[in-house]
Design a protein around this ligand. Sequence first.
Ligand SMILES: CC(C)=CCC/C(C)=C/CC/C(C)=C/COP(=O)(O)OP(=O)(O)O
Ligand SMILES: C=C(C)CCOP(=O)(O)OP(=O)(O)O
Ligand SMILES: [Mg+2]
Length: 246
Amino acid sequence: MEHIDKSNIPSHIAVIMDGNGRWAKKKGAMRLFGHKNAVNAVREVTEGCAEIGVQYLTLYAFSTENWNRPKDEVSGLMELLVGTIRKELKTLTKNNVRLHTIGDTESLPEKCKRELLEAIDRTKENTGLNLILALSYSGRWEITQAMKKIADQVSKGELDPEEINESTIAKNLMTAPYPDPELMIRTSGEMRISNYLLWQSAYTELYFTETLWPDFNKEELANAILSYQRRERRFGKISEQLKSDA
Ligand SMILES: CC(C)=CCC/C(C)=C/CC/C(C)=C/COP(=O)(O)OP(=O)(O)O
Ligand SMILES: C=C(C)CCOP(=O)(O)OP(=O)(O)O
Ligand SMILES: [Mg+2]
């Protein structure tokens, strides 16, 4: 972490925490064992991000499509979520971390909803890292929801369709309060987005690592940030323009 340029820390990092099942399989264990060990890596990145001053960390914890997994795995994941939030609440508070969620949280089991609401409420005065859990989330679902909200405003005469622009769409997404992520990390060697933050990642720098999520740690996080810091973000411009902008 000491090699990181402190003047160029991404304000928002998004993570696709993939590879828990394969990690467990390699150990001859059940998939849920992988998910349980994933919590250590969640702790590591949360601490690491808080230490270097990242302001937003969005973790993909359960996708819309993950509902199609075997029942036992889904219920195991939901229980793990409840247990982890309950156990970690004190540490979150101590570390000044504020918890948020994005996704169709209404579809989560009652116990899960209750635990999340309580943790969100208990951490709402915290001013350090914003930890955003993407739960029952997918980018297409989120964009569809935004389209419905916009259509509703148009039908009520509150919004003129001629005035719809990119900012209208961004304002109606669940991520409206947060900046777009500068860096997205995916573990486990898969090189795809899997329906994550589709709108928000238009100009996000992508970082892929072969490491399976339960093995991810602060050193791996530092490597991802160092890779980000070596990139030239052009946003459609050419290098010469970026130099004269500076
Ligand atoms: C925030 C919090 C308390 C999180 C709970 C634990 C956690 C990290 C859950 C992520 C669940 C998930 C579907 C991971 C992807 O690995 P995979 O199952 O797709 O693994 P595979 O690709 O190797 O099969
Ligand atoms: C990390 C989460 C929560 C979702 C993406 O991983 P998946 O394992 O579900 O994605 P695919 O490989 O199926 O694309
Ligand atoms: Mg996977």
